[in-house]
Design a binder for this molecule. Structure first.
Ligand SMILES: *Cc1c(COP(=O)(O)O)cnc(C)c1O
Length: 402
């Protein structure tokens, strides 16, 4: 008999859990878009969005999802026929590259597989080989949500500088913003893209592009910067509608305001610490389960390469799918599907799943999800090592303090 009735927990890597406070802030009729509370509130969003990304520079907002943020970056960074160096450590680099190709941008592609971050040495070599300076920007995903690999952004900046190349650095922080540490200006990033529905705890529908002065000077002049996507007029709008290229995303903005307040109240260092601790708890549990069954393993072997927002793991096909189904229907926890996880040894995505720990998630939610997985492994008779929940609890005890 199912024990799922109660508050469900969507532990998939986006959309993430929406806090009650954000839901309440969005529960309102259409506000006036010409004057009054909405217009007054919006002025305060920009400093908070800059602080979130760690930049003193500009930010443009679009009504759209992460794919819209990619398109906004591509449209402003390149003209047709110009070249991008795209780095992939999972699925999302492939998708960003595909978007770019379809827009007429030439793509040079470096694939680092599904379990390792972008290698700065290979990036430096690729840039050194580009003697004609055809590469206009390096595109990289900080956290690949499919593989849960995290790339070292400062190391990639150093690689570009070491090559003496003028390419701009553009980073996809859609999964990692408000979860993993990120410092746009300190790390020398030119363009950052993100979206509302992951660490920002707001429904899908808002896309963000932050861009440095260097990016602003060099970009938006090309033949891909069509009126809707051009970021300059949004970031320097003289009239309210220009911020959105039309009607404002009214209630989303009230939700975002509340989410940014919650982020400010907790503070980014505390938020990064919470995500790191919850991630480490998940890793500890998987390591314990895997000790009793070699089919159970974290996707990313090296802890420094693992995201703090999401964890991808293998269970052997079809056990991951059976387990996900059990967790959802019997215990009310929805885990993420394996995304792009099929390999010749492990056909189909039925051998992979993902546990999200991004955004509005605390210790009891993560420990609860892990205990539910433990129950599912037991109920389905899947072999696993002992002590996983205890190991996770020890991590939480250590990180939360006495
Ligand atoms: C979710 C995600 C995307 C795509 O975002 P959509 O809102 O689904 O378009 C792109 N990149 C990363 C790293 C993501 O996590």
């Amino acid at each position: 008999m199912s024990l799922a009735h109660g508050r469900p927990y969507l532990a998939i890597p986006g959309p993430s859990v929406i806090p009650d406070r954000v839901q309440r802030a969005m529960h309102r009729g259409s506000p006036n878009i010409y004057e009054g509370p909405l217009v007054e509130m919006v002025a305060g969003l920009w400093p908070d969005l800059r602080r979130l990304a760690g930049t003193a520079h500009r930010v443009a907002c679009y009504i759209g999802n992460g794919h819209a943020a990619w398109e906004a970056a591509n449209a402003n960074l390149f003209s047709r026929g110009e070249r991008a160096l795209v780095l992939a450590s999972g699925a999302f680099g492939h998708s960003w590259a595909s978007h770019a190709r379809q827009m007429g941008i030439e793509v040079e592609f470096l694939d680092f597989g599904r379990a390792a971050p972008a290698d700065p040495g290979r990036v430096e070599a690729a840039l050194r080989a580009d003697r004609a300076g055809r590469i206009k920007a390096v595109l990289v995903t900080q956290v690949d949500t499919a593989s849960s690999v995290k790339s070292d952004i400062p190391a990639l900046r150093r690689a570009i500088d070491a090559a003496g190349h003028s390419a701009l650095l553009a980073v996809d922080c859609i999964a990692s913003m408000g979860c993993d540490e990120y410092r746009m200006d300190d790390w020398g990033v030119d363009v950052t893209v993100s979206a509302s529905q992951k660490g920002l705890m707001t429904p899908p529908g808002l896309a963000f592009v932050w861009f440095s002065q260097k990016a602003q000077a060099r970009c938006g002049q090309g033949d891909l910067a069509s009126p809707y996507w051009r970021w300059g007029p949004r970031a320097q709008a003289e009239e309210f509608w220009q911020l959105w290229g039309g009607t404002a995303p009214t209630v989303h903005l009230f939700g975002l305001r509340e989410a940014l307040d919650m982020i400010a109240e907790e503070g980014l260092p505390a938020i990064w610490h919470r995500h790191r601790a919850l991630a480490a708890a998940v890793w500890a549990a998987f390591e314990a389960w895997g000790a009793g069954n070699p089919a159970i393993a974290l996707n990313v072997p090296h802890p420094d390469w693992r995201a703090h927002a999401v964890t991808a793991a293998r269970f052997g096909a079809p056990d991951a799918t059976r387990l996900r189904h059990w967790c959802e229907t019997r215990a009310g926890v929805t885990l993420g599907i394996g995304l792009g996880a099929a390999t010749p040894e492990d056909p189909g995505a039925d051998g992979a799943l993902r546990v999200a720990h991004m955004g509005h998630v605390n210790a009891h939610m993560t420990l609860g999800a892990l205990a539910v997985i433990e129950a599912g492994l037991t109920a389905l008779g899947l072999p696993h090592g002992p002590g996983a929940v205890e190991a996770a609890a020890r991590v939480v005890a250590g990180a939360a303090g006495g």
